[in-house]
Design a protein around this ligand. Structure first.
Ligand code: AMP
Length: 407
């Protein structure tokens, strides 16, 4: 089966797939998203490594030799030891039971002689792509250097397919188009998101949270075309509550977004979508981790307090809707989940989704972190490894990293 991606205003694209590429005797450049959270040299969450394993193992088994490349963090276009991929290389070597050849000089030195020295029990890892300004600039010369020495390019970095970066877009110019293919993760992510917008099992509930309405407006409007319920939490809920005339105390509000909120209500009305807002809150007098949590048992928040999480009654209401759904898509935390006192709302949503028999899809870094915090990742139908990419895909945008892998 090929994946039809309706990403271009009606134009249907099919992705070239790794399983259709004959890579026997070939040297493969594999772009992954190994942007894992780190504490010093320690990887604190291996989700992205695990998600890439099927493709790595397939390439290891079928190719002659392979090199992995990825970005990590935001090193500002220059080497920064804090963002070195070396610890990731050591972990991969352990998992794959192979030796890692860590190559740092690929922007100035040719890769081929290093590849030629490699044995069967080795794989190459290129140092953080973002140590070089050419990566984000999609620079032609940097792209050419990345591709040089390889026969094929496999992209499985779903988290960066919305970026026109050298290792995602420019590099493909160094290969025949049919030698540039999507790995298993990109195929799975796009298949899940495609199904979400084309054939979700009803009732379809969208749970939206996070910091800003303005960041999510496009995807909300798109999802309103196909969903039945929209549950809103996080800071963005206060803009909706204020729009509806509620008191929000000193909660974070985007006063310049009322027209966006109005367009959401008008679209929801046309499509008969029910929008539910928080009816109680966990608040604090200031935006601080140590500020004591105050329960506000009603919709209105008194002056001097700011809502930092949805309250227990809202968790109950949202959970009831989630459990009665056929499909649930969640993006954005319900509160400041990074601080334990204000994480109960996000944990509650994760639990309700885990207990629901619905198809449950979590898309977005912070909501995924909340699911991991409560250890319920295995109970979700799908956890997207790319927050930004999944939202842009759902918005219907033509994603540059997918275009270059399409027929
Ligand atoms: P986003 O990247 O838009 O999904 O937003 C995630 C961020 O929103 C997280 O860092 C949360 O701490 C923050 N957030 C969620 N709820 C609130 C709130 N009620 N007030 C302030 N920040 C919030």
């Amino acid at each position: 089966m090929h994946f039809d991606l309706d990403i271009d205003q009606g134009g249907v694209m099919k992705l070239r797939r790794i399983q259709d590429l004959d890579m026997r005797g070939k040297d493969v450049l594999l772009r992954l998203d190994l942007n894992v959270p780190m504490k010093g040299d320690e990887i604190t969450d291996e989700t992205r490594i695990n998600a890439a394993l099927p493709t790595i193992e397939y390439v290891a088994k079928n190719s002659r030799r392979f090199a992995i490349c990825s970005h990590l963090g935001r090193p500002k276009g220059q080497p920064d030891p804090k963002y070195s991929l070396e610890p990731v290389g050591s972990r991969l070597a352990e998992i794959l039971d192979k030796e890692v050849v860590f190559f740092t000089d690929y922007a100035t030195e040719p890769t081929k002689p290093v590849l030629d020295q490699m044995t069967e029990s080795q794989f190459m890892l290129l140092e953080n792509l973002r140590f070089h300004p050419g990566e984000k600039l999609n620079d032609v010369d940097f792209s050419r250097r990345l591709a040089a020495g390889f026969d094929c390019y496999v992209d499985d970095a779903f988290g960066t397919v919305h970026r026109s970066h050298a290792s995602v877009v420019g590099v493909t110019k160094g290969f025949e188009p049919d030698r540039c293919v999507a790995g298993f993760l990109i195929q799975k992510e796009t298949e899940v998101m495609e199904k979400l917008i084309s054939a979700p099992k009803a009732p379809f509930t969208v749970v939206m949270g996070g910091a800003k309405v303005s960041d999510k407006i496009a995807v909300i409007l798109k999802l309103l075309d196909v969903c039945n319920n929209l549950l809103i939490g996080g800071a963005m809920a206060y803009t909706f509550l204020k729009f509806n005339g509620a008191s929000v105390g000193s909660s974070r509000v985007e006063d310049d977004c009322f027209d966006l909120v109005e367009s959401i209500y008008s679209q929801a009305e046309k499509r008969n979508v029910r929008i539910t807002l928080p009816c109680d809150h966990t608040a604090a007098s200031e935006f601080s981790e140590t500020s004591p949590a105050v329960e506000v048992n009603e919709k209105d928040i008194p002056p001097g307090l700011m809502g930092l999480d949805i309250g227990p009654k809202t968790i109950e209401d949202f959970s009831r809707v989630i459990k009665a759904s056929g499909t649930v898509f969640w993006n954005g935390p319900m509160g400041v989940f990074e601080w334990p006192e204000f994480s109960l709302g996000s944990c509650g949503i994760a639990k309700a989704m885990a207990e629901s028999s619905a198809e449950t899809i979590v898309g977005g870094g912070d909501s995924v972190a909340a699911v991991n915090q409560v250890g319920l990742a295995a109970n979700m139908s799908h956890i997207s490894t790319g927050g930004g990419a999944s939202l842009e895909f759902l918005e219907g945008k033509a994603l540059p990293g997918l275009r270059v892998l399409a027929f």
